[in-house]
Ligand binder design. Structure first.
Ligand code: GLN
Length: 397
């Protein structure tokens, strides 16, 4: 029996139907390729610069203080208190840390714990497309069906009628990622209200991924769906430390939900992971006491990086859809004349030495993203400039 046959045979016998419907993460595969081919990695969204000194000191102090055993499964009390204080200060939102907050291992676990706790097999879950690649597996692992609604370039607006048609008696939830990965869209209050009214009409949940909350440009403001009148009892808010404090490898996040939903989410979380890293929870509690100026600086700092990457990409022949938030630029690559985004990505890796994320990985139908590529700019200016120099090897078709 050949190795291939054996592998196929094993897959047929042992792979669950739950996992057969999706592939490995394209974003993380791009990082592996970047390392192998020594490329400038503008694919996976993680900073290549240091985290703030205070948060690193706090983590070291927590380990020295022997905060090294499990914390309470739904999160160390100081961190849940700090999260509640943060939402009170920023949005005037009163949360009960005992009943409405669950600390999890990053927003990735937050999303899957939330969907697994609320969504049944056969339910439908709406996502805006292009979408961050995790949401499709989240939905499939629940045995549910994804319904997509288009965000249309260049401003990534949606058609309210298309959204309404996506809702049905089977709709259990809609996933909203604002500020949005990969488009950089920041949903407006009016858009969130439109979504909220449909959630009420169809008795659906709004599950929001808000990890780019503080990365907004040009005076934009992030609005948590949970703060809209009437939505408190049907919103699940997911957020994390990763992007706001440049600690994507810490895996500390949280979920805010009404008490009855929180108890379901906590059960799933407990049996999936028990809890997030205890000393890093302690350090996160310290970080969340940062003043408003920290968040303002974060936005203005990323705004300068955005301007630099757009200038570089446009000079190199890309058409950019300038983001209003988050730290990615979606680009139109049609000027280069490649058959599709995968062929273009291969060319970038082999002949240019820069890597991004092929647009098709953000769409159900790969054709819809075949002339798009996402680049992240959460990088040192010198990294962005190095990419710019390498792009000089790109010729327009
Ligand atoms: N959210 C980041 C991105 O879109 C990182 C993805 C990941 O690896 N979890 O690139």
């Amino acid at each position: 029996m050949s190795l291939t046959t054996a592998a196929t045979d094993i897959r047929a016998r042992f792979m669950s139907g739950r996992v057969s419907g999706f592939t490995e993460s394209v974003i993380r595969e791009m990082t592996r390729l970047a390392i192998r081919h020594n490329c400038v990695n503008l694919a996976q969204g993680f900073p290549d610069f240091g985290a703030p000194a205070e948060i690193k000191e706090a983590a070291k102090a927590a380990i020295d203080a022997d905060i090294n055993q499990y914390s309470i499964t739904w999160g160390a009390k100081p961190l849940r208190d700090a999260i509640a204080a943060k939402y009170r200060h920023t949005y005037g939102l009163e949360l009960d840390p005992e009943r409405e907050i669950t600390v999890v291992c990053g927003a990735t676990e937050g999303m899957i714990a939330s969907t697994l706790s609320a969504v049944n097999p056969g339910d439908e879950v709406i996502v805006f497309e292009p979408y961050y690649e995790n949401y499709a597996p989240d939905i499939q692992l629940c045995g549910a069906v994804a319904k997509t609604v288009s965000l249309r370039a260049p401003d990534w607006s949606f058609d309210p009628e298309e959204l309404r048609r996506a809702f049905s008696a089977k709709t259990k939830a809609i996933i909203i990622n604002t500020p949005n990965n990969p488009t950089g869209k920041v949903f407006t209050r009016a858009e969130l209200e439109t979504i909220g009214r449909l959630c009420e009409e169809f008795d659906a949940l709004a599950i929001t991924d808000e990890i780019y909350e503080h990365i907004v440009y040009d005076g934009e403001r992030h609005i948590p769906m949970i703060t809209l009148p009437g939505l408190r009892n049907r919103s699940i808010l997911v957020n994390s430390m990763s992007k706001t404090f440049a600690v994507t490898g810490w895996r500390v996040g949280w979920v805010i939900a009404p008490p009855d939903l929180t108890s379901s989410i906590r059960k799933v979380h407990d049996f999936l992971t028990v809890g997030a890293a205890a000393p890093l929870q302690q350090a996160s509690a310290v970080a969340l006491t940062a003043g408003d100026e920290y968040y303002a600086r974060l936005g203005s700092d990323y705004s300068a990086r955005r301007d630099r990457i757009i200038e570089i990409l446009e000079r190199s022949g890309f058409r950019c859809f300038a983001p209003k938030g988050a730290y990615y630029v979606m680009t139109d690559i049609s000027a280069f004349g490649f058959a599709d985004d995968l062929a273009f990505a291969r060319h970038l890796i082999e002949h240019v030495g820069v890597i991004g994320v092929p647009g098709s990985s953000f769409y159900v139908n790969p054709r819809d993203g075949a002339q798009q590529m996402r680049f992240c700019f959460c990088k040192k200016f010198e990294t962005l400039d190095a990419a710019g120099e390498r792009f000089a090897k790109l010729a327009r078709g």
